[in-house]
Design a protein around this ligand. Structure first.
Ligand SMILES: Nc1ncnc2c1ncn2[C@@H]1O[C@H](COP(=O)(O)OP(=O)(O)OP(=O)(O)O)[C@@H](O)[C@H]1O
Length: 953
């Protein structure tokens, strides 16, 4: 219990808590206190099955962090730690409830017994089994007949080491109550009233209604409705006027010392009947909604005095709990508690989160603020130190109290923290506690020098169904159904009234404290007269309530003026550790406190209503409702997210499309390139073929020319020489053909016919004539050369045919490819087709030429045969006869020699030798015609073949 630091949680503080909750640290420590002894059984308790309450004890392992040493109650030995063994020798009597050891963290479990009829707290319901209504304002007579735990105060002191001293039983002769002294009493069996609410009731409200004398309860909650249902046939658990919005309780602090017998005789505390009696001067009976004796722990105090109110706050009411009393009487102890005995604040926090868990159909937002009123100045306990000059903490911004119709009176600017878990909330409050002013006084080593106000704002709204479809739709649809309900729970630990202190600072503080408490008393006192006045003089505005005389009353104005459910816990101390002076002083203060409590009980009228649900984003309350703002913001952000997602998707799609386009273009480019390359190759092939053909045709042209050139010379020389030398020798050898053949043969690759050297001086004639000396050899040579020429042309034709085939194939593939890409042909394709057609016609021409040549060869062969025959005849007769017969034969044979050709119109005419040198002329004519024919065809072929080449270029 003496740790000095809070161990850091291993996880982020933002994360929801998973472990047990930390205990609420208390900012003050009192060393002077003695522990409260376990309640020992007494004859009265054995007769009356009053509850044995074992105070919750926490194993240190269950605590997330050690209780702070600085805490006010950290080392308090006065914690009541009754165990079943202590109380009953190890066995719990039947019907008694044991409060188990429990940590705060164990509290927020969903209730399992909601709706079950658990035993009502005596303080929470005036209903009795059987429907009896209890009027707690018991007369002294009736009280005498009621077994009371008052008797327990007379228990032997030996069992009360350092604890509460037994109080004197209330005298049956004691005067009537200060407030309700003459109240009628109903003798009832109140034994069940002493049952505390069972542990499982921690998360539900086991309480029925409670009644005070001057309150109206305007909205009956679930518990009340349930209580009514359960009491059908009996009297209503609620008074007809529905009282119960203001609850006043008195708690008696155990005395540290031993009470003297006089004190014991003077005071009687009857917690069962919520009665405190004083038999001294100014004595009387004081009856309240709850009276807690020295043995009641914080849980019991909370259950009876605050639990229901907290639940109502969660349902939408404003609620205020405040502790009032003399210094050192246990206000802070009751509000904050200790690690093992958590007070109203931590227990309320636990219940708040339990309620949220129990209510799945609503969503909640909690924010908390923590302020203190110190010397009439408001400090924000959550703001943290403000950095000032030289590293010193600077002054805080002045916090003022403002008022508006919706929020009532509120402090501003005040830091509010949104909390999501009990741990977080407890930590925030612990932080505020640390900042609170505490100092040692005569009566309290760690006395609170300020009034401290924890405000928990609860925003709640019906949970919207899961959004379907259009998020971008109407904003209102995001927050339907219903609006946001905002309610506030104020938990106030007042500073204690005190006598003048020695220390000046304490005196100043004390005077502020006393002044504000006095104002509070005055306001509450006047509430009564105000009420009476209002009743007498309805509508009168002449009522002055000095709320503004102190910050405390100003802040409490909404609660005191009836807008809030109120629970006031007044703490008193009866004993004074044997000091009669102190005891006298205490008695005076105690009586003052009791009077204050009575006045409060009697005068405060609450007509608290459930906060209205604010709709929409407009208006003050809605402006305040963070739940709405956050929900709208969430919707906006979701919308933005969706939009950005849509945008992203669109961009991605566009990008994909672009990529696809690029890829397609790339593929197209590759295909185009391939096609182009193929075309180039084809063109190259075609060009090569055409070039070869041109070369070949050029060779042919050269041959024809050379034939033409040689023709005149050779033929003339040949014929004239032959004519002159041989006379009647018919030399039909076309020397041009021979020489042409020779040239052609030389130029055609692979042609290895023996070349005949051409001599410029015509000496070739010798060779040609010289074979046989009669021209027959020349004819043979002619035939040979023609045959060679023929073979040459045949080869050329074969080559052409091959190339043509290849060109056709490639052009077919190209045409089909072109057609697949484009409909309709191009001029280039047309040109190719035309070229093919031309080549075809060229081939057929060449074939025709070949046929002509074959015919010519046949004619020449027959001519040679005839000349041989003529020679045979000539050897027997005259040369003339030989020539004549030869002529005749040759004439006969020459009839079949028909030369056809486009360039020779006379080609169809019979080839007749002219008169005179017939044979020579005949050959000459034939050769000329042949030359013409070949020349014409070659020209034509060259023209047609050159065209695509030149076009291609
Ligand atoms: N019911 C109780 N049981 C045990 N100890 C108690 C009880 N009430 C008070 N005490 C002890 O009495 C001491 C003073 O109590 P506390 O500080 O709560 O008084 P206070 O009313 O807040 O005083 P102040 O007005 O000066 O702040 C503390 O040490 C606390 O532990």
């Amino acid at each position: 219990m003496s740790g000095t630091t809070l161990p850091r949680p291993s996880r982020s503080s933002i994360a929801p808590p998973t472990g047990p909750l930390p205990s609420l640290p208390v900012a003050k420590t009192r060393h002077s206190n003695m522990g409260i002894a376990p309640r020992s059984s007494s004859p009265s308790t054995s007769l009356l099955p009053s509850p044995v309450v074992a105070t919750r004890t926490l194993s240190s392992s269950a605590l997330p962090y050690r209780y702070r040493p600085g805490s006010k109650h950290a080392n308090s030995p006065s914690v009541l730690t009754l165990t079943p063994d202590d109380a009953h020798g190890g066995a719990l009597p039947p019907g008694r409830t044991l409060r188990k050891t429990v940590s705060i963290g164990a509290f927020p479990q969903p209730p399992r017994h909601i709706g079950k009829s658990s035993p009502s707290s005596p303080l929470s319901s005036s209903s009795m089994p059987g429907g009896d209504v209890v009027d707690r304002r018991l007369s002294s007579v009736s009280k005498a007949s009621v077994p009371s735990r008052t008797n327990s105060l007379k228990k032997p002191r030996t069992s009360n080491v350092g604890g509460a001293r037994g109080l004197l039983p209330r005298s049956p002769l004691s005067p009537p109550s200060f407030l309700n002294g003459s109240a009628d009493s109903v003798a009832v069996d109140t034994s069940h009233l002493s049952l505390p609410s069972p542990p499982q009731s921690r998360n539900s409200s086991p309480q029925g209604s409670y009644a005070t004398s001057a309150t109206t309860f305007e909205d009956v909650g679930e518990d009340d409705a349930r209580a009514r249902t359960e009491n059908k046939g009996g009297s209503s658990p609620l008074p007809k006027d529905g009282k119960g919005n203001v609850l006043v309780s008195v708690r008696v602090r155990p005395d540290v010392g031993v009470m003297d017998s006089k004190q014991e005789m003077e005071w009687a505390v009857d917690n069962k009947h919520a009665l405190i009696s004083y038999k001294g001067r100014e004595g009387g009976d004081y009856t309240y909604d709850n009276v807690f004796d020295t043995q009641d722990n914080n849980a019991r105090v909370y259950d009876a005095a605050a639990k229901r109110l907290v639940r109502r706050v969660m349902e939408g009411y404003h609620g205020t709990v405040f502790a009032y009393g003399m210094t050192g009487t246990g206000k802070t102890f009751s509000m904050q508690g200790t690690a093992t005995n958590p007070g109203v604040i931590p227990l309320a926090i636990t219940d708040i989160f339990s309620y949220i868990r129990e209510t799945p159909h609503r969503e909640f937002l909690l924010r908390v603020s923590y302020l203190e009123i110190y010397n009439e100045k408001i400090n924000d306990l959550l703001a943290g130190p403000i950095a000032g000059l030289n590293g010193q903490p600077g002054p805080q911004e002045e916090i003022k109290l403002r008022e508006d119709s919706k929020r009532g009176v509120y402090a501003t600017p005040l830091k509010e923290e949104i909390v999501q878990s009990p741990t977080q909330l407890l930590r925030v409050i612990a932080r505020g506690d640390n900042a609170r002013r505490v100092a040692g006084t005569q009566f309290n080593a760690r006395s609170s020098r300020s009034h401290a106000v924890v405000q928990i704002v609860v925003e709640s709204r019906e949970r919207a169904p899961a959004p379907t479809g259009n998020l971008a739709g109407n904003k209102r649809s995001a927050i339907v159904p219903g609006g946001v309900r905002v309610s506030t729970l104020s938990l106030i630990d007042l500073a204690g009234s005190e006598k003048a202190a020695d220390n000046k600072e304490r005196r100043t503080e004390g005077s502020h404290i006393n002044k504000s408490l006095l104002t509070l008393g005055t306001v509450i006192g006047r509430l009564s007269s105000d009420k009476e006045k209002a009743e007498k003089d309805k509508g009168s505005k002449d009522k002055h309530l000095p709320y503004r005389d102190s910050k405390l009353t100003r802040l409490l104005q909404p609660a005191l003026s009836g807008n809030s459910l109120v629970s006031i816990l007044c703490t008193i101390q009866i004993g004074a550790s044997g000091s009669s002076a102190l005891a006298n002083s205490h008695t005076g203060e105690t009586i003052n406190t009791l009077k204050f409590a009575s006045r409060a009980k009697n005068n405060i009228v609450s007509h608290a209503k459930k906060a209205e649900e604010s709709m929409g984003a407009g208006g003050d309350a809605a402006g305040r409702a963070l739940l709405d703002r956050y929900r709208l913001e969430i919707q906006d952000l979701k919308k933005q997210l969706e939009e950005s997602k849509g945008k992203e998707t669109r961009e991605e799609e566009e990008e994909d499309e672009l990529k696809r386009d690029l890829e397609e273009e790339k593929t197209r480019e590759i295909a185009d390139k391939q096609r182009h390359e193929e075309q180039m190759l084809e063109m190259q092939l075609a060009r090569t073929a055409l070039k070869e053909r041109i070369e070949h045709l050029n060779r042919l042209i050269l041959s024809s020319k050379s034939l033409g050139v040689n023709n005149g010379r050779s033929f003339s020389s040949m014929s004239f020489q032959r004519g002159s030398v041989l006379g009647n020798h018919i030399d039909m050898r076309p020397s041009s053909l021979r020489s042409s053949t020779s040239h052609a043969t030389l130029e055609v690759p692979g042609q290895h016919n023996s070349p005949t050297p051409v001599q410029a001086d015509g000496s070739e004639e010798d060779d040609s004539v010289g074979e046989n000396g009669d021209g027959s050899a020349s004819q043979g040579v002619q035939i040979q050369s023609l045959q060679a020429d023929l073979a040459d042309k045949n080869r050329y034709i074969a080559t052409l045919e091959k190339r043509l085939l290849h060109a056709r194939r490639s052009s077919h593939s190209r045409i089909s490819m072109t057609l697949s890409h484009k409909l309709g042909g191009t001029s280039e394709d047309g040109g190719l087709i035309a070229a093919i057609a031309e080549r075809d016609s060229e081939i057929s021409n060449l074939r025709a030429q070949l046929e002509d040549k074959e015919r010519m060869i046949a004619a020449l062969t027959s001519a040679r045969k005839k000349s041989e025959t003529a020679q045979d005849v000539g050897s027997d007769g005259s040369p003339s006869s030989h020539r004549t017969s030869s002529y005749n034969r040759s004439e006969t044979s020459s009839v079949s020699l028909v030369v056809r050709g486009p360039g020779s119109p006379t080609s169809s005419k019979p080839f007749l030798p002219p008169a005179g040198n017939v044979a020579g002329k005949n050959i000459e004519e034939m050769t000329r015609m042949l030359d013409e024919m070949i020349g014409t065809r070659v020209d034509k072929a060259r023209r047609t073949s050159l065209m695509p080449v030149s076009e291609g270029r």
